[in-house]
Design a binder for this molecule. Structure first.
Ligand code: ADP
Ligand code: MG
Length: 225
């Protein structure tokens, strides 16, 4: 079994006045392909810091992150932005769609940035929109979509470049219960079908049955309760 995401002894400190505060303390994690891991923990426990480091958006103070077996420490800015585009998908609490692009164009833009040929990008966008139940919204602008629809576009966008690893930071926080469940069901299905590794930070107990494992961030480490 392949672990598409591996974190080894990740430590992160922040300066707080004159003091150094340890937010992550030799944190280890391995996520297998096809596995969706939920991460819970109180506000301020370091969940977003952890996700940012795992997603190559923030450098750890020490430790190593491997995406699809490839170490990210030591890469320069250009290499990191390439890696994020090719290997990592993000879904945030709000969909962050571009207001002046139609649904389909939001997806094709991401492919274009990664240098994918146009016809292939169009085909992939079509397939993903079908899978998200959004085919009929293909030519809609974000302002015409419901919150749930927007979040489904954000999921399709995150999967557009066929990433190895998917990160979601409270993807259901702005949705009602049933839409939230739908969104996580769709994430889980894509992760299974396409053998991704995925980590989702959530406060939403109702979506936990859809996850393979639940971990808590406590005292800078991920633990099982
Ligand atoms: P969570 O997502 O679990 O609420 P965060 O990872 O956002 O937690 O933050 C964890 C702690 O680290 C908080 O106390 C926060 O104030 C602190 N922190 C986060 N980012 C920074 C930063 N850039 N500089 C200083 N402190 C930070
Ligand atoms: Mg957070």
């Amino acid at each position: 079994m392949t672990n598409r995401l591996v974190l080894q002894a990740i430590t992160r400190t922040f300066q707080d006045g004159g003091n150094e505060r340890m937010i992550l303390d030799k944190l280890d994690l391995e996520v297998a392909e096809g596995e969706l891991v939920a991460v819970m923990g109180p506000s301020g426990s370091g969940k977003s810091t952890f996700l940012s480091i795992a997603g190559a958006l923030l450098e750890p103070t020490s430790g190593q992150v491997l995406i699809d077996g490839e170490a990210i420490q030591g890469k320069d800015m250009q290499e990191l932005s390439e890696l994020r585009l090719q290997k990592i998908g993000f879904i945030f609490q709000s969909a962050n769609l571009i207001p002046y692009l139609k649904v389909e164009e939001q997806l094709i833009l991401i492919s274009k940035l990664a240098g994918t040929e146009k016809a292939r990008a169009g085909q992939r966008a079509k397939t993903l929109l079908d899978q998200m139940g959004l085919s009929h919204r293909r030519n809609a602008y974000p302002e015409k979509l419901s919150g749930g629809e927007r979040q489904r576009v954000a999921i399709a966008r995150a999967f557009m470049n066929d990433p190895a690893v998917l990160f979601a930071d409270e993807p259901t926080a702005s949705l009602d219960a049933s839409r939230g469940l739908d969104v996580v069901r769709m994430i889980a299905k894509q992760v299974k079908d396409q053998r991704k590794s995925a980590v989702m930070v959530t406060h939403d107990d109702r979506v936990l049955p859809l996850c393979d494992r639940v971990l808590w961030l406590e005292n800078g480490k991920l633990i099982t309760k």
